[in-house]
Design a protein. Structure first.
Length: 300
């Protein structure tokens, strides 16, 4: 029997914008090699494979593959997977626990408002990694196609993770962000050196009062030259902005909207929420809309 395959555009209500992700529903019985082959064939930055729960501590299991490798988690493909589930099975508003790898994602929510479906997901606790030194920062900027004069002076270039780490780089101007022309070979070499696969470049000079940030993300080390809209980039970004006092919290919370993907012709918006948790840990959630590009039968 064929399996159900969706192509979902996450973080946009408009098809062919936002970040495309493949979703294979009822993926039980597929081997790892078959999953990798499907992800390579679709050639999205990630494809999600929805599997039955393995225990009582979660409701659904999801595996994520880039065209070249499996990754532990993915924000936009999580949004895509649960949007596809909601559409295919007519699911109402509600929450579930997702298992990915060995981690449990507690707060995945389907939010229905008439025909509008949004997906919200709590990410892992923010973990702050090393700051890049001067030489590494200089090489990173050159690899991105920027210079030291383009670097904002609000915070360090730092590796931050809420499940899948990114190096966060703030530049001064939106026009610089849009004109970046990265060197994938140089970025890949730097990825191996600093211990992260993704480089999330953003500015707060958005030119739009409804948007706090404007960004792009590059991860050539795992086969992603550029990712249109990155959930696992915006989560660390929110924690970073709070940690370094760049944007103040109000009553223990920061909420904002970030836009990404404009330079690729695939703009999408991510709603970010950062709360102060136990022992001052920063807890992050992201929310986004989505749309169906196509639904098909997968014969494998």
């Amino acid at each position: 029997m064929p399996r159900i395959l969706y192509q979902i555009d996450a973080f946009s209500p408009t098809p062919f914008q936002g970040n495309p992700a493949g979703v294979v529903l009822s993926a039980e019985g597929l081997t790892e090699a078959q999953m990798q082959a499907v992800a390579r064939e679709l050639n999205n930055s990630e494809t999600a494979f929805v599997l039955p729960a393995e225990g009582a501590d979660h409701d659904v299991r999801v595996r994520f593959f880039t065209p070249t490798t499996e990754v532990p988690t993915c924000g936009h493909a999580t949004v895509a997977a649960h949007y596809a589930r909601a559409v295919e099975y007519g699911l109402p508003s509600g929450s579930c626990v997702q298992k990915s790898g060995t981690s449990l994602l507690q707060g995945v929510q389907i939010l229905r408002e008439g025909d509008r479906v949004r997906i919200s997901m709590e990410q892992g606790k923010a973990v702050f990694g090393p700051e890049l030194n001067g030489s590494q920062t200089d090489r990173l900027l050159r690899a991105l196609g920027a210079g030291l004069d383009d670097l904002a002076d609000s915070g360090p270039v730092q590796i931050v993770s809420t499940g899948h780490s990114k190096a966060l780089v703030e530049l001064r101007d939106r026009s610089v962000i849009d004109s970046l022309r990265p060197d994938p070979t140089a970025l890949t070499a730097l990825s191996h050196e600093v211990g992260t696969n993704g480089f999330f470049v953003f500015t707060r000079a958005t030119g739009d009062p409804h948007l706090l940030t404007w960004s792009r993300m590059f991860a050539p080390a795992i086969g992603i030259a550029e990712d249109p809209v990155t959930g696992n980039g915006h989560g660390p970004l929110g924690a970073y902005l709070v940690r370094h006092g760049i944007v103040p919290m109000v009553n223990g919370r920061l909420t904002f909207t970030g836009r990404q993907g404009w330079a690729m012709g695939r703009p999408g918006d991510v709603e970010v929420r950062v709360d102060t948790g136990a022992e001052d840990a920063l807890q992050v959630a992201i929310t986004g809309e989505a749309s169906t590009a196509f639904r098909a039968d997968l014969h494998i």
